[in-house]
Design a protein around this ligand. Structure first.
Ligand code: ADP
Ligand code: ASP
Ligand code: MG
Length: 462
């Protein structure tokens, strides 16, 4: 079971998480994965930026905030006689963070591996507090640092798990805690978000990565199920912050959930589903604020009916357009070169379209990856650009992506017509469209200013 930031956000919320854990662990072995308390990761990252800028006063203020938030949690979570020891433990962990922040300040830069080691302190704090609370309430538990369990490559800030070594580490560290009768077991409270390389350098799995941590561990331990506790009733037909009448989807497939996550639905980290597919481990997305509600079940396949299941959207994207300027270079070759450059740059393409006979084409990338994409493209195609075989690369950042997702769209005629009519009623211009032949997702690029309205129009239509 994984508890997200809001579900760990206060003493009261951690009590609920502990109770939900105890209910299940009375029936079968449970491993818990926790996020940092809500907003703590942002605070830690901000502190490191302040340190890099040499801003001691702001850094100190952040450290004080961090400390007070967790001390307050100790007071609300533990009997008085245990609070002293708990607060000392909290201060020790915060001192570890402060030591790294001090190093960052001296260097005037933030080395990625130090950032990863430092930000994991948020999860180490929340895991520590939840384990202490459970112990104090007579529910045997132990905090585990995922750096001792999840093995990853060395891509700091966005690491990928190495499953075989993770399996071996999980068998050694977690399995012994799960064996025996219920009263002999101790619930491991594992930090989400972090891991370490084979030579034990600290890494993290990307923002929102605790979902991914949980699915990695579920796969490594051959879990029967994965439950992801969050702050909404499940996976919804639209982002509830945008679409007021979004409804909870009782069941969706791995493929649909992955499409939603990759296209901006924050409710799941995009890479969560991948480790589960091979073993077909089902996932529940549930609300820790309303645990009695059924939530969403994510399965290998479901009977989907016809039409889309959900709509999601993404901002902070950029549309890059390229076009050959002369017949000396074929559009196909140009595409091959451009895609190769993007692969070299390790830039993810969110959508790709080409339609004209002149083979102009465009693709969508994250704004955070735009500069790297442009640099690699311009370097790789420098000769073609200089000699005028290729028109200057055009970039449009005033756009947003909408993804309409559903297995039931496959082979259902008339959907595209309804979709585009719904958008055009609001005078919103469609800039690019992409639909793969799997017909699982229709991706639409629109002006940023029309994005929210288009999402609501599509949701209303279907
Ligand atoms: P956690 O801290 O539990 O991981 P997140 O904030 O990362 O929670 O994700 C849950 C949030 O995702 C919800 O509060 C909701 O605002 C947002 N969200 C976006 N799209 C969807 C969707 N399609 N279904 C449900 N929630 C969504
Ligand atoms: N605490 C991390 C973050 O905020 C990971 C997570 O909550 O999933 O990105
Ligand atoms: Mg999340």
């Amino acid at each position: 079971m994984k508890f997200g930031g809001t579900s760990m956000g206060s003493a009261e919320r951690i009590r609920v998480a502990a109770r939900l854990t105890a209910e299940q662990s009375a029936k079968r072995p449970v491993v818990v994965v926790v996020s940092a308390m809500s907003k703590v990761t942002d605070l830690l990252l901000d502190s490191l930026r302040k340190a890099e800028a040499g801003d001691q006063a702001d850094l100190d203020a952040n450290l004080e905030k961090l400390s007070e938030r967790h001390r307050e949690c100790c007071r609300g979570l533990l009997p008085e006689k245990k609070q002293h020891e708990a607060i000392a433990g909290v201060e020790r962990l915060i001192a570890e963070f402060a030591r790294i922040a001090k190093g960052v300040m001296m260097l005037g830069e933030r080395p990625p591996r130090s950032v990863d080691e430092a930000v994991a302190v948020g999860e180490r704090l929340s895991a520590y507090l939840m384990a202490l609370h459970m112990e104090a309430e007579g529910m045997p538990a132990v905090a585990v640092n995922a750096a001792d369990v999840i093995a990853t490559d060395a891509v700091f800030g966005n690491a990928t798990p190495l499953m075989d070594p993770t399996r071996a580490r999980a068998a050694a560290v977690l399995q012994p805690l799960l064996e025996g009768k219920p009263d002999q077991r101790r619930v491991p409270i594992v930090t989400g978000f972090n891991g370490s390389t084979l030579d034990h350098r600290p890494t993290t799995l990307g923002r929102g990565g605790s979902d991914f941590s949980a699915s990695i561990l579920a796969a490594a331990l051959d879990a029967a199920e994965l439950w992801i506790w969050t702050d909404v009733d499940g996976i919804m037909s639209g982002d509830p912050r945008l679409v007021t009448d979004a409804r909870v989807l009782p069941e969706i497939t791995y493929a649909e959930a992955a499409e939603l996550a990759y296209n901006g639905a924050k409710v799941l980290h995009p890479r969560t589903l991948a480790p589960l597919v091979e073993r077909g481990i089902p996932v529940w997305s549930k609300n820790s604020f309303a645990p009695e509600k059924p939530g969403t079940r994510i399965l290998p396949s479901v009977d989907s009916g016809h039409g889309p299941h959900a709509v999601t959207s993404m901002t902070d994207v950029a549309l890059v357009s390229m076009e050959p300027a002369s017949a000396a270079i074929s559009g196909t070759k140009l595409m091959a070169r451009a895609l190769d450059a993007l692969a070299q740059a390790n830039v993810e393409i969110l959508a790709f379209t080409s339609s004209s006979y002149r083979q102009s084409f465009c693709f969508l990338v994250r704004q955070s990856e735009l500069e790297r994409a442009r640099e690699f493209l311009e370097e790789d195609l420098a000769l073609e650009l200089v000699h005028g075989y290729l028109k200057p690369i055009e970039v449009d950042t005033d756009v947003g992506l909408i993804a309409v997702v559903g297995e039931g769209m496959r082979g259902t005629p008339g959907l595209a017509g309804r979709l585009f009519t719904a958008i055009s009623k609001h005078d919103i211009n469609i800039i690019a469209i992409a639909q793969g032949s799997s017909e699982l997702t229709i991706a639409i690029v629109v002006r940023r200013s029309g994005l929210e309205q288009a999402v609501r129009a599509i949701h209303g239509e279907f």
